[in-house]
Design a protein around this ligand. Structure first.
Ligand code: BES
Ligand code: ZN
Length: 452
Protein backbone atom coordinates (compact mmCIF):
# COMPACT_ATOMS: atom_id res chain seq x y z
CA UNK A 1 0.00 0.00 0.00
CA UNK A 2 1.29 3.45 -0.81
CA UNK A 3 1.65 6.19 1.79
CA UNK A 4 -1.19 8.10 0.20
CA UNK A 5 -3.48 5.07 0.02
CA UNK A 6 -2.83 4.51 3.71
CA UNK A 7 -3.82 8.08 4.51
CA UNK A 8 -6.93 7.86 2.32
CA UNK A 9 -8.09 4.60 3.82
CA UNK A 10 -7.53 5.76 7.38
CA UNK A 11 -9.31 9.09 7.15
CA UNK A 12 -12.23 8.25 9.44
CA UNK A 13 -10.03 6.45 11.92
CA UNK A 14 -7.66 9.44 12.02
CA UNK A 15 -10.43 11.86 12.92
CA UNK A 16 -11.74 9.42 15.55
CA UNK A 17 -8.28 9.35 17.14
CA UNK A 18 -7.94 13.12 17.02
CA UNK A 19 -11.32 13.35 18.74
CA UNK A 20 -9.95 11.35 21.66
CA UNK A 21 -7.28 13.98 22.14
CA UNK A 22 -9.76 16.82 21.69
CA UNK A 23 -11.94 15.41 24.48
CA UNK A 24 -9.14 16.01 27.00
CA UNK A 25 -9.46 19.54 28.46
CA UNK A 26 -5.74 20.27 28.61
CA UNK A 27 -6.07 23.91 29.66
CA UNK A 28 -2.56 24.92 30.70
CA UNK A 29 -3.60 28.19 32.33
CA UNK A 30 -5.82 26.55 34.94
CA UNK A 31 -4.35 24.57 37.82
CA UNK A 32 -7.53 22.52 38.21
CA UNK A 33 -6.76 21.03 34.77
CA UNK A 34 -3.27 19.90 35.68
CA UNK A 35 -4.21 16.22 35.54
CA UNK A 36 -5.99 16.68 32.19
CA UNK A 37 -2.96 18.40 30.76
CA UNK A 38 -0.79 15.49 31.89
CA UNK A 39 -3.32 13.07 30.39
CA UNK A 40 -3.05 14.76 26.99
CA UNK A 41 0.74 14.35 27.15
CA UNK A 42 0.36 10.65 27.99
CA UNK A 43 -2.18 10.20 25.19
CA UNK A 44 0.28 11.64 22.66
CA UNK A 45 3.10 9.49 23.98
CA UNK A 46 0.87 6.42 23.67
CA UNK A 47 0.10 7.22 20.03
CA UNK A 48 3.77 7.92 19.30
CA UNK A 49 4.65 4.45 20.61
CA UNK A 50 1.80 2.89 18.66
CA UNK A 51 2.91 4.36 15.31
CA UNK A 52 6.45 3.13 15.80
CA UNK A 53 8.52 6.01 17.12
CA UNK A 54 11.41 4.46 18.96
CA UNK A 55 12.32 6.73 21.85
CA UNK A 56 9.17 8.13 23.39
CA UNK A 57 9.21 9.94 26.69
CA UNK A 58 7.01 12.29 28.70
CA UNK A 59 9.59 14.58 30.24
CA UNK A 60 8.58 16.53 33.34
CA UNK A 61 9.41 20.25 33.57
CA UNK A 62 8.79 22.81 36.30
CA UNK A 63 5.38 23.22 34.61
CA UNK A 64 3.58 20.89 32.22
CA UNK A 65 5.56 18.05 30.60
CA UNK A 66 7.15 17.92 27.16
CA UNK A 67 6.44 14.89 24.98
CA UNK A 68 9.43 13.65 22.98
CA UNK A 69 9.31 10.96 20.32
CA UNK A 70 12.09 10.05 17.90
CA UNK A 71 12.73 7.96 14.87
CA UNK A 72 16.32 8.17 13.71
CA UNK A 73 16.52 5.18 11.40
CA UNK A 74 17.65 7.03 8.28
CA UNK A 75 21.35 7.67 8.78
CA UNK A 76 22.66 10.36 6.46
CA UNK A 77 19.18 11.73 5.76
CA UNK A 78 18.14 15.08 7.19
CA UNK A 79 16.46 15.29 10.59
CA UNK A 80 13.28 17.27 11.15
CA UNK A 81 12.21 18.41 14.58
CA UNK A 82 8.44 18.79 14.72
CA UNK A 83 7.26 21.22 17.36
CA UNK A 84 3.71 21.83 18.48
CA UNK A 85 1.61 22.14 21.60
CA UNK A 86 -1.04 19.98 23.23
CA UNK A 87 -2.28 22.64 25.65
CA UNK A 88 -5.30 24.77 24.82
CA UNK A 89 -6.79 28.10 25.80
CA UNK A 90 -9.65 28.24 28.32
CA UNK A 91 -12.98 27.70 26.51
CA UNK A 92 -15.02 30.46 28.18
CA UNK A 93 -17.58 31.93 27.51
CA UNK A 94 -19.20 28.49 27.45
CA UNK A 95 -22.72 29.58 26.54
CA UNK A 96 -21.50 30.88 23.18
CA UNK A 97 -20.40 27.43 21.98
CA UNK A 98 -22.91 25.76 19.64
CA UNK A 99 -21.57 22.35 20.75
CA UNK A 100 -19.56 21.87 23.97
CA UNK A 101 -15.84 22.74 23.61
CA UNK A 102 -14.59 19.30 24.61
CA UNK A 103 -17.15 17.29 22.65
CA UNK A 104 -15.72 17.40 19.12
CA UNK A 105 -18.44 17.75 16.49
CA UNK A 106 -18.24 17.99 12.70
CA UNK A 107 -20.58 20.45 11.02
CA UNK A 108 -20.21 21.55 7.43
CA UNK A 109 -16.70 20.07 7.04
CA UNK A 110 -15.49 21.82 10.18
CA UNK A 111 -14.33 19.96 13.26
CA UNK A 112 -15.47 22.08 16.20
CA UNK A 113 -13.62 21.76 19.52
CA UNK A 114 -11.30 23.81 21.69
CA UNK A 115 -7.78 23.03 20.46
CA UNK A 116 -8.93 21.54 17.14
CA UNK A 117 -6.78 23.85 15.04
CA UNK A 118 -4.69 25.39 17.85
CA UNK A 119 -2.90 23.11 17.95
CA UNK A 120 -3.97 19.47 18.45
CA UNK A 121 -5.23 18.85 14.91
CA UNK A 122 -2.12 20.41 13.44
CA UNK A 123 0.18 18.34 15.65
CA UNK A 124 -1.71 15.16 14.96
CA UNK A 125 -1.55 15.48 11.17
CA UNK A 126 2.26 15.34 11.44
CA UNK A 127 1.95 12.14 13.45
CA UNK A 128 -0.36 10.74 10.78
CA UNK A 129 2.19 11.51 8.09
CA UNK A 130 4.86 9.64 10.03
CA UNK A 131 2.48 6.76 10.73
CA UNK A 132 1.61 6.44 7.04
CA UNK A 133 5.28 6.14 6.01
CA UNK A 134 6.09 3.65 8.75
CA UNK A 135 2.98 1.60 8.02
CA UNK A 136 3.43 1.60 4.24
CA UNK A 137 7.22 1.25 4.04
CA UNK A 138 8.44 0.30 7.48
CA UNK A 139 10.68 3.34 7.42
CA UNK A 140 10.82 7.08 6.84
CA UNK A 141 12.85 8.94 4.20
CA UNK A 142 14.00 11.36 6.93
CA UNK A 143 14.68 11.28 10.65
CA UNK A 144 12.11 12.88 12.90
CA UNK A 145 11.99 14.15 16.47
CA UNK A 146 8.68 15.28 17.92
CA UNK A 147 8.79 17.89 20.65
CA UNK A 148 5.27 18.71 21.80
CA UNK A 149 4.86 20.99 24.77
CA UNK A 150 2.02 21.80 27.15
CA UNK A 151 2.70 25.45 27.91
CA UNK A 152 2.61 27.33 24.62
CA UNK A 153 -0.63 29.10 25.46
CA UNK A 154 0.91 30.47 28.65
CA UNK A 155 4.07 31.73 26.99
CA UNK A 156 6.32 28.61 27.06
CA UNK A 157 7.92 29.57 30.41
CA UNK A 158 10.00 26.38 30.69
CA UNK A 159 10.76 25.41 27.12
CA UNK A 160 13.78 27.60 26.38
CA UNK A 161 15.61 26.03 29.31
CA UNK A 162 14.44 22.59 28.19
CA UNK A 163 15.88 23.18 24.71
CA UNK A 164 19.27 24.21 26.07
CA UNK A 165 19.37 21.26 28.46
CA UNK A 166 18.39 18.78 25.72
CA UNK A 167 20.06 20.34 22.69
CA UNK A 168 21.99 17.13 21.94
CA UNK A 169 18.94 14.93 21.90
CA UNK A 170 17.02 17.50 19.84
CA UNK A 171 19.75 17.99 17.21
CA UNK A 172 18.17 18.49 13.80
CA UNK A 173 18.53 20.13 10.40
CA UNK A 174 15.27 22.03 10.48
CA UNK A 175 12.34 22.72 12.77
CA UNK A 176 8.84 22.25 11.36
CA UNK A 177 5.85 23.88 12.99
CA UNK A 178 2.17 23.79 12.10
CA UNK A 179 0.51 26.27 14.45
CA UNK A 180 -0.42 29.01 12.00
CA UNK A 181 -2.98 29.60 9.26
CA UNK A 182 -3.29 29.47 5.48
CA UNK A 183 -3.92 32.82 3.89
CA UNK A 184 -7.15 31.63 2.24
CA UNK A 185 -9.00 28.33 1.75
CA UNK A 186 -7.14 26.18 -0.76
CA UNK A 187 -4.15 28.53 -0.79
CA UNK A 188 -1.20 26.83 0.93
CA UNK A 189 0.97 29.23 2.89
CA UNK A 190 4.41 29.29 4.44
CA UNK A 191 4.75 31.76 7.29
CA UNK A 192 8.06 33.61 7.40
CA UNK A 193 7.39 36.05 10.22
CA UNK A 194 5.63 36.14 13.58
CA UNK A 195 5.22 38.95 16.02
CA UNK A 196 6.69 38.85 19.49
CA UNK A 197 4.85 39.67 22.66
CA UNK A 198 5.22 41.69 25.83
CA UNK A 199 2.24 41.12 28.11
CA UNK A 200 1.87 43.52 31.03
CA UNK A 201 -0.41 44.00 34.00
CA UNK A 202 -0.96 47.51 35.37
CA UNK A 203 -2.44 47.92 38.85
CA UNK A 204 -3.58 51.32 40.10
CA UNK A 205 -4.39 51.79 43.78
CA UNK A 206 -6.06 54.89 45.24
CA UNK A 207 -7.85 54.99 48.60
CA UNK A 208 -7.56 51.95 50.84
CA UNK A 209 -11.27 51.03 50.48
CA UNK A 210 -14.09 51.69 48.01
CA UNK A 211 -15.76 55.04 48.81
CA UNK A 212 -19.20 56.61 48.41
CA UNK A 213 -18.81 58.47 45.15
CA UNK A 214 -20.94 61.34 46.42
CA UNK A 215 -19.51 61.65 49.89
CA UNK A 216 -15.88 61.62 48.68
CA UNK A 217 -15.91 61.98 44.87
CA UNK A 218 -14.10 65.13 43.72
CA UNK A 219 -11.66 65.21 46.58
CA UNK A 220 -10.03 61.82 45.97
CA UNK A 221 -8.17 60.75 42.82
CA UNK A 222 -10.22 57.98 41.20
CA UNK A 223 -7.96 55.06 40.16
CA UNK A 224 -10.30 54.08 37.32
CA UNK A 225 -10.16 57.62 35.90
CA UNK A 226 -6.39 57.62 36.38
CA UNK A 227 -5.96 54.29 34.59
CA UNK A 228 -8.23 55.36 31.73
CA UNK A 229 -6.14 58.50 31.29
CA UNK A 230 -2.87 56.58 31.36
CA UNK A 231 -4.17 54.16 28.72
CA UNK A 232 -5.50 57.01 26.57
CA UNK A 233 -2.03 58.54 26.51
CA UNK A 234 -0.38 55.39 25.18
CA UNK A 235 -1.38 56.16 21.55
CA UNK A 236 -1.18 59.40 19.59
CA UNK A 237 -3.66 60.69 16.99
CA UNK A 238 -1.89 58.69 14.26
CA UNK A 239 -2.43 55.46 16.16
CA UNK A 240 1.25 55.25 17.05
CA UNK A 241 2.46 54.04 20.43
CA UNK A 242 3.86 56.93 22.49
CA UNK A 243 6.31 54.99 24.67
CA UNK A 244 9.72 56.66 24.18
CA UNK A 245 12.07 54.40 22.19
CA UNK A 246 9.29 51.95 21.24
CA UNK A 247 9.99 52.20 17.49
CA UNK A 248 13.77 52.51 17.71
CA UNK A 249 14.50 48.93 16.67
CA UNK A 250 11.49 48.42 14.39
CA UNK A 251 12.54 47.22 10.92
CA UNK A 252 10.76 49.29 8.29
CA UNK A 253 8.92 47.23 5.72
CA UNK A 254 10.83 46.96 2.44
CA UNK A 255 9.26 47.80 -0.90
CA UNK A 256 9.57 44.21 -2.10
CA UNK A 257 7.54 42.91 0.84
CA UNK A 258 5.01 45.70 0.43
CA UNK A 259 4.49 44.60 -3.16
CA UNK A 260 4.30 40.96 -2.11
CA UNK A 261 1.58 41.81 0.41
CA UNK A 262 -0.25 43.95 -2.12
CA UNK A 263 -0.24 40.97 -4.51
CA UNK A 264 -2.10 38.67 -2.10
CA UNK A 265 -5.81 38.01 -2.66
CA UNK A 266 -7.03 40.30 0.11
CA UNK A 267 -10.06 42.55 0.50
CA UNK A 268 -10.30 44.99 3.38
CA UNK A 269 -14.07 44.55 3.39
CA UNK A 270 -13.64 40.78 3.77
CA UNK A 271 -11.57 41.29 6.93
CA UNK A 272 -14.10 43.79 8.24
CA UNK A 273 -16.86 41.25 7.76
CA UNK A 274 -14.77 38.48 9.33
CA UNK A 275 -14.33 40.49 12.54
CA UNK A 276 -17.79 42.05 12.46
CA UNK A 277 -16.66 45.56 13.44
CA UNK A 278 -18.29 48.67 11.91
CA UNK A 279 -14.93 49.83 10.49
CA UNK A 280 -11.29 48.74 10.60
CA UNK A 281 -8.68 51.00 12.17
CA UNK A 282 -5.02 51.29 13.10
CA UNK A 283 -1.75 53.09 12.56
CA UNK A 284 -1.80 55.72 9.82
CA UNK A 285 0.22 55.01 6.70
CA UNK A 286 -0.19 51.22 6.66
CA UNK A 287 -2.74 48.81 5.22
CA UNK A 288 -4.51 46.20 7.39
CA UNK A 289 -2.13 43.33 6.60
CA UNK A 290 0.89 45.55 7.19
CA UNK A 291 -0.60 46.66 10.51
CA UNK A 292 -1.04 43.02 11.58
CA UNK A 293 2.19 41.59 10.16
CA UNK A 294 4.95 44.17 10.22
CA UNK A 295 3.93 46.84 12.71
CA UNK A 296 4.04 46.64 16.51
CA UNK A 297 0.91 47.32 18.53
CA UNK A 298 -0.32 48.03 22.04
CA UNK A 299 -3.74 46.70 23.05
CA UNK A 300 -5.77 46.49 26.21
CA UNK A 301 -6.74 42.83 26.68
CA UNK A 302 -8.70 43.31 29.88
CA UNK A 303 -9.91 46.09 32.16
CA UNK A 304 -11.27 45.79 35.65
CA UNK A 305 -12.51 48.35 38.13
CA UNK A 306 -15.45 49.28 40.28
CA UNK A 307 -19.04 48.20 39.93
CA UNK A 308 -19.92 46.30 36.75
CA UNK A 309 -23.07 44.50 37.89
CA UNK A 310 -26.70 45.24 37.07
CA UNK A 311 -28.00 48.77 37.47
CA UNK A 312 -26.14 51.64 39.12
CA UNK A 313 -24.07 51.64 42.27
CA UNK A 314 -22.51 54.94 43.28
CA UNK A 315 -19.03 53.97 44.24
CA UNK A 316 -15.54 55.37 43.83
CA UNK A 317 -13.42 52.24 43.37
CA UNK A 318 -10.21 51.95 45.33
CA UNK A 319 -8.35 50.13 42.57
CA UNK A 320 -8.23 49.52 38.84
CA UNK A 321 -6.35 46.99 36.74
CA UNK A 322 -5.55 46.55 33.08
CA UNK A 323 -3.91 43.72 31.11
CA UNK A 324 -2.03 45.22 28.19
CA UNK A 325 -0.21 43.35 25.45
CA UNK A 326 2.24 44.70 22.94
CA UNK A 327 2.85 42.70 19.77
CA UNK A 328 6.42 43.23 18.64
CA UNK A 329 8.23 43.01 15.33
CA UNK A 330 11.89 42.46 14.45
CA UNK A 331 14.25 43.72 15.91
CA UNK A 332 12.35 44.77 19.02
CA UNK A 333 13.37 42.95 22.19
CA UNK A 334 10.56 42.01 24.57
CA UNK A 335 12.55 42.60 27.72
CA UNK A 336 13.64 46.04 26.59
CA UNK A 337 10.07 46.92 25.62
CA UNK A 338 8.84 45.71 29.02
CA UNK A 339 11.25 48.10 30.72
CA UNK A 340 10.26 51.01 28.47
CA UNK A 341 6.57 50.36 29.10
CA UNK A 342 7.07 50.16 32.86
CA UNK A 343 9.05 53.41 33.03
CA UNK A 344 6.61 55.25 30.78
CA UNK A 345 3.43 54.10 32.52
CA UNK A 346 4.88 54.97 35.91
CA UNK A 347 5.84 58.42 34.61
CA UNK A 348 2.21 58.95 33.60
CA UNK A 349 0.84 58.15 37.08
CA UNK A 350 -0.91 61.15 38.62
CA UNK A 351 -0.30 62.02 42.26
CA UNK A 352 -2.88 60.44 44.54
CA UNK A 353 -2.55 56.90 43.23
CA UNK A 354 0.21 54.31 43.17
CA UNK A 355 0.90 52.38 39.97
CA UNK A 356 2.45 48.93 39.83
CA UNK A 357 3.51 47.32 36.55
CA UNK A 358 4.34 43.67 36.08
CA UNK A 359 5.50 41.79 32.99
CA UNK A 360 3.48 38.55 32.80
CA UNK A 361 5.10 36.92 29.82
CA UNK A 362 6.92 37.66 26.64
CA UNK A 363 8.46 36.28 23.50
CA UNK A 364 10.73 37.54 20.75
CA UNK A 365 9.52 38.42 17.26
CA UNK A 366 10.78 36.30 14.39
CA UNK A 367 11.43 36.72 10.70
CA UNK A 368 13.29 34.42 8.30
CA UNK A 369 14.27 34.92 4.70
CA UNK A 370 12.34 32.35 2.62
CA UNK A 371 15.13 30.07 1.39
CA UNK A 372 16.96 26.81 2.06
CA UNK A 373 16.35 23.15 1.18
CA UNK A 374 13.57 22.50 3.69
CA UNK A 375 11.73 25.64 2.65
CA UNK A 376 12.00 24.59 -1.00
CA UNK A 377 10.88 21.05 -0.21
CA UNK A 378 7.91 22.45 1.69
CA UNK A 379 6.97 24.56 -1.33
CA UNK A 380 6.98 21.53 -3.62
CA UNK A 381 5.10 19.31 -1.17
CA UNK A 382 2.40 21.92 -0.60
CA UNK A 383 2.05 22.54 -4.33
CA UNK A 384 1.56 18.79 -4.82
CA UNK A 385 -1.06 18.40 -2.07
CA UNK A 386 -3.05 21.53 -2.92
CA UNK A 387 -2.46 21.81 -6.65
CA UNK A 388 -1.39 25.42 -6.16
CA UNK A 389 1.89 27.22 -5.51
CA UNK A 390 2.10 28.29 -1.87
CA UNK A 391 2.35 31.95 -0.88
CA UNK A 392 4.73 33.26 1.75
CA UNK A 393 3.11 35.36 4.44
CA UNK A 394 3.80 36.81 7.85
CA UNK A 395 1.31 36.55 10.68
CA UNK A 396 0.42 38.71 13.63
CA UNK A 397 0.30 36.02 16.31
CA UNK A 398 3.20 34.76 18.39
CA UNK A 399 4.89 31.44 19.03
CA UNK A 400 7.32 32.54 21.70
CA UNK A 401 9.77 29.66 21.32
CA UNK A 402 10.48 30.02 17.58
CA UNK A 403 13.37 32.42 18.00
CA UNK A 404 14.85 30.19 20.72
CA UNK A 405 14.73 27.17 18.40
CA UNK A 406 16.83 29.03 15.86
CA UNK A 407 19.27 30.33 18.43
CA UNK A 408 19.63 27.14 20.50
CA UNK A 409 19.50 24.42 17.86
CA UNK A 410 21.02 26.52 15.05
CA UNK A 411 18.43 25.15 12.66
CA UNK A 412 16.08 27.01 10.33
CA UNK A 413 12.40 27.05 11.27
CA UNK A 414 9.71 26.42 8.65
CA UNK A 415 6.12 27.27 9.53
CA UNK A 416 3.41 25.55 7.52
CA UNK A 417 -0.05 26.40 8.78
CA UNK A 418 -3.22 24.44 8.13
CA UNK A 419 -5.59 26.76 9.96
CA UNK A 420 -7.98 29.01 8.04
CA UNK A 421 -9.27 32.57 8.39
CA UNK A 422 -12.26 32.66 10.73
CA UNK A 423 -11.23 29.48 12.59
CA UNK A 424 -12.07 31.09 15.97
CA UNK A 425 -8.82 30.16 17.68
CA UNK A 426 -8.96 31.25 21.36
CA UNK A 427 -12.66 32.11 20.85
CA UNK A 428 -15.92 30.16 21.15
CA UNK A 429 -16.58 27.66 18.33
CA UNK A 430 -12.97 27.03 17.34
CA UNK A 431 -12.78 24.69 14.36
CA UNK A 432 -10.36 23.00 12.01
CA UNK A 433 -11.19 22.18 8.43
CA UNK A 434 -11.45 18.39 8.16
CA UNK A 435 -10.17 18.61 4.60
CA UNK A 436 -7.09 20.54 5.75
CA UNK A 437 -6.41 17.95 8.43
CA UNK A 438 -6.24 15.23 5.77
CA UNK A 439 -4.56 17.29 3.09
CA UNK A 440 -2.08 18.56 5.66
CA UNK A 441 -1.08 14.99 6.48
CA UNK A 442 -0.65 14.31 2.75
CA UNK A 443 1.47 17.43 2.30
CA UNK A 444 3.71 16.56 5.23
CA UNK A 445 4.07 12.95 4.03
CA UNK A 446 5.07 14.32 0.61
CA UNK A 447 7.53 16.70 2.24
CA UNK A 448 9.47 13.77 3.71
CA UNK A 449 9.82 12.31 0.20
CA UNK A 450 10.95 15.68 -1.13
CA UNK A 451 13.79 15.70 1.42
CA UNK A 452 14.97 12.18 0.73
N1 BES B 1 -1.28 29.32 17.21
C1 BES B 1 -1.02 30.51 17.94
C2 BES B 1 -0.04 31.44 17.25
C3 BES B 1 -0.60 32.17 16.08
C4 BES B 1 -1.78 32.86 16.15
C5 BES B 1 0.11 32.20 14.92
C6 BES B 1 -2.27 33.53 15.05
C7 BES B 1 -0.37 32.87 13.82
C8 BES B 1 -1.56 33.54 13.89
C9 BES B 1 -0.48 30.18 19.31
O1 BES B 1 -1.05 29.04 19.88
C10 BES B 1 -0.81 31.32 20.23
O2 BES B 1 -1.96 31.56 20.46
N2 BES B 1 0.19 32.02 20.74
C11 BES B 1 -0.01 33.01 21.73
C12 BES B 1 1.29 33.17 22.45
C13 BES B 1 1.17 33.79 23.79
C14 BES B 1 0.21 33.08 24.70
C15 BES B 1 2.51 33.90 24.43
C16 BES B 1 -0.45 34.31 21.10
O3 BES B 1 -0.08 34.65 19.98
O4 BES B 1 -1.23 35.01 21.76
ZN1 ZN C 1 -3.07 29.63 20.63
Amino acid sequence: MSVNDYLQQNREQSVAELNELLRIPSISAKSEHRADTAAAAEWLAGRMRAIGLTTVEVVPTAGHPVVLGEWRGAPGAPTLLIYGHYDVQPPEPLDEWLSPPFEPTVRDGKLFARGSVDDKGQVYLHMKAVEAHLAANGSLPVNVVFCVEGEEEIGSPNLAEFLSANAGRLRCDAVMISDTTMFAPGLPSITIGLRGLAYMEVRVQGPSVDLHSGAYGGAVVNPANALAKIIAQLHDEQGRVTIPGFYDRVMEIEDAERRMIAGLPFKEEGLREEVGAPKLGGEAGYGPLERIWVRPTLDVNGLLSGYTGEGAKTVLPCRAMAKISMRLVPDQDHQEVERMFTDHVKSLAPEGVTVEVEALHGGQPWYAAPSGPVFEAARRALAKAYGREPVTIREGGSIPIVKAFEDTLHAPVVLIGFGLPGENAHAPNEWMSVDNFHRGAEAIAALYDELR
